[in-house]
Design a protein around this ligand. Sequence first.
Ligand SMILES: *[C@@H]1O[C@H](CO)[C@@H](O)[C@H](O)[C@H]1NC(C)=O
Ligand SMILES: *[C@@H]1O[C@H](CO)[C@@H](O)[C@H](O)[C@H]1NC(C)=O
Length: 280
Amino acid sequence: MIANVRIMKILTLFLYTQFYFSISNCFPNQNDDTKDFRSKRAIEALNQLKLENLPKKLDWRDYGAVTAIKNQKNCGACWAFSTVETMESMKKIKLDDQLQELSVQQVIDCARGENNGCEGGDTCTVLEWMDKTRFNLTSENDYPLTDVQATCKAVESATRLQLEKNFTCNSYVGDEEAMIKLLADHGPLVAAVDATTWQDYLGGIIQYHCGGITNHAVQIVGYDLTGKKYQIFRLPVGEIPFYIVRNSWGSGFGLDGYLHIEIGKNLCEIATRVSTLSVH
Ligand SMILES: *[C@@H]1O[C@H](CO)[C@@H](O)[C@H](O)[C@H]1NC(C)=O
Ligand SMILES: *[C@@H]1O[C@H](CO)[C@@H](O)[C@H](O)[C@H]1NC(C)=O
């Protein structure tokens, strides 16, 4: 019996370690200067923000601007997934073009600078690289996902999207209402996050114990400020505003591939390193 427990513990530790390494590889550029800085803004303060001109709830999925959940598997290229997902959304939103899957694999294979394919990369430097090289992003069909890094291929394709020069990469720690405004006025965002505890996420709104490092990257596709009563063990614990966050660990993760993270506390480092972008 004791031996069994010990084996279970070792096995759990082993699985956790495997998992941890697959995500921690994903985003090696730590922002040490912002690491210990926490938003002091409480939920009450958030409720007093001048957001009355904005919708109380916004989900870009409702506007047909978000493609199906992707799966990075053992490839630590969250930086490429979150960026390409947002390029897909912005093609639909800004160009009023059809929603189309674009090639994450092309970015994994081709992007240079501080980006190392499945070994990790950075959501800000990939935008700089796309801008500097005038990179043409092609479609998923023409350059399909394999989740394994290979040599960069030149493809003939009707789909050629370039990044607009005015992309941004900022910290909104302590100023998350700016993120709400960007989500409403501009579109989905790319965000670096701390996903260390996410393997335990089954649903609900993450409100505690998440943050400290950035080891993953995601797309934020919306928010909900309507303050739904949220319950733990059937006890209402308040009205929690949250971000609607899209992950790239398949649709079996969390809420059909998504998770909800409380707004206003830089939880999971969600406000630490955030990008907006447009395409043409
Ligand atoms: C991207 O495509 C344009 C044509 O639309 C071409 O002129 C340009 O050279 C391409 N950029 C790269 C880096 O291949
Ligand atoms: C950048 O430029 C595009 C095209 O002019 C515009 O639609 C977009 O709102 C601008 N801002 C950002 C943050 O992309």
